[in-house]
Design a binder for this molecule. Structure first.
Ligand SMILES: [Fe+2]
Ligand SMILES: [Fe+2]
Length: 190
């Protein structure tokens, strides 16, 4: 069995993965034929699977996913502003994916984390690494069109927004995520 706080956190992951799937799914639907169209379609189907993995994991732990109205992504667009072109969409996604990877890494390192949770995270991480990779490649290919510096500045702007949203989320849910905040940090954590 899992604690109430852990159930909340796993449910939060599930809802965030659903939000990601819906966001990328809508984008994939609106795209013209291209390699980005193909990768975005794979990306959205991965996120949908991740939502299923969490649903399944929570049920295997003897609980039912909570219905939550908050998703991490929702606050992103408020803090960062609506992306105005495909480069900005990919840049904000890249920043977000890094955040997800850090959060999952941190969680799986937390002492006492259930084996099923660690396995679910490990399974998801394989896809998340590819998400970072295809977006990095796509952004590189956009350099002639948008300019390397401009892409870099855009990334910086979104990283700033990411920090704000992360701090706010951690403050709001401090009690629930306390055990995650106080675990040791890796060099790539922020
Ligand atoms: Fe995911
Ligand atoms: Fe992802």
């Amino acid at each position: 069995m899992i604690s109430e706080n852990e159930l909340w956190l796993l449910s939060f992951y599930r809802v965030s993965e659903i939000s990601g799937a819906l966001f990328f799914g809508r984008l994939a639907r609106s795209m013209r034929p291209s390699s980005i169209q193909a990768d975005m379609t794979k990306h959205f189907s991965d996120e949908a699977m991740h939502a299923w993995y969490w649903t399944d994991c929570i049920e295997r732990l003897g609980a039912k996913p909570l219905k939550l109205d908050v998703a991490y992504q929702d606050q992103y667009l408020v803090a960062a502003g609506m992306p105005v072109n495909i480069m900005e969409i990919l840049a904000i996604t890249q920043v977000f994916e890094r955040r997800v990877i850090n959060q999952y890494k941190r969680h799986s390192r937390t002492v006492g984390t259930h084996q099923d949770v660690c396995q679910t995270i490990a399974r998801i991480m394989q896809d998340e690494r590819w998400h970072i990779q295809w977006i990095r490649n796509a952004l590189q290919e956009m350099e002639p069109e948008y300019g390397k510096d401009h892409i870099e500045t855009t990334m910086q702007r979104y990283m700033q927004a990411d920090m704000e949203v992360y701090r706010k989320t951690m403050r709001e849910h401090e009690e629930r995520v306390r055990h995650l905040i106080h675990t040791h940090r890796g060099p790539d954590d922020v």
